[in-house]
Design a protein around this ligand. Sequence first.
Ligand code: COA
Length: 158
Amino acid sequence: MSLPPGLSFASPAPGWARALADFDVRAFGRDAWPFEQWVQELASRRSVYIAIVREGGIAAVPEIVAAGGVGLGPEAEVLTVAVARKERGRGLGGALLDELLARARNGGAEDVFLEVRSRDPIAQKLYSGRGFAAVGLRKGYYSDDDALVMRLSMGEAS
Ligand SMILES: CC(C)(COP(=O)(O)OP(=O)(O)OC[C@H]1O[C@@H](n2cnc3c(N)ncnc32)[C@H](O)[C@@H]1OP(=O)(O)O)[C@@H](O)C(=O)NCCC(=O)NCCS
């Protein structure tokens, strides 16, 4: 899917760690990754991060509208997907996930796994719409919820 006018995909540079950590707190609250984890993640060669940003700003780091990451390998893993609250429900989560899955496929993924809150039907709909199916449950994975483990077999992905 192409993005709405004024938005574009970007590859976050290491210097975006603070902006991503702040974005993450707004999206995930207490489940957000700390700044130090973002520093490590952006430096990792085993994962790829993608942001959707607003075009045309003058700040060193553009406004982050959505951000996600995928761990690469034959068994890839969607590490995070989040869209700014006021931008949800207009396809950005799906567009970001499609981009992450394309990167996973280019990285040789045969299967892609992820964890999602058991009580988050919107996120589950996003993933099941892309062909992910529930394959397990991790009890108490989140501080206040269980995680559904979902898998996408790349051979079956459209
Ligand atoms: C989950 C999340 C990334 C979805 O982003 P989004 O931009 O709203 O997603 P989209 O607009 O692409 O919609 C994805 C699917 O959810 C559905 N959906 C979106 N908002 C919905 C709503 N309020 N009610 C019901 N369904 C909804 C869409 O219809 C779409 O389904 P489809 O693919 O079958 O058409 C976003 O809600 C978010 O950032 N949540 C907080 C962070 C989070 O929980 N991330 C997931 C961690 S595993």
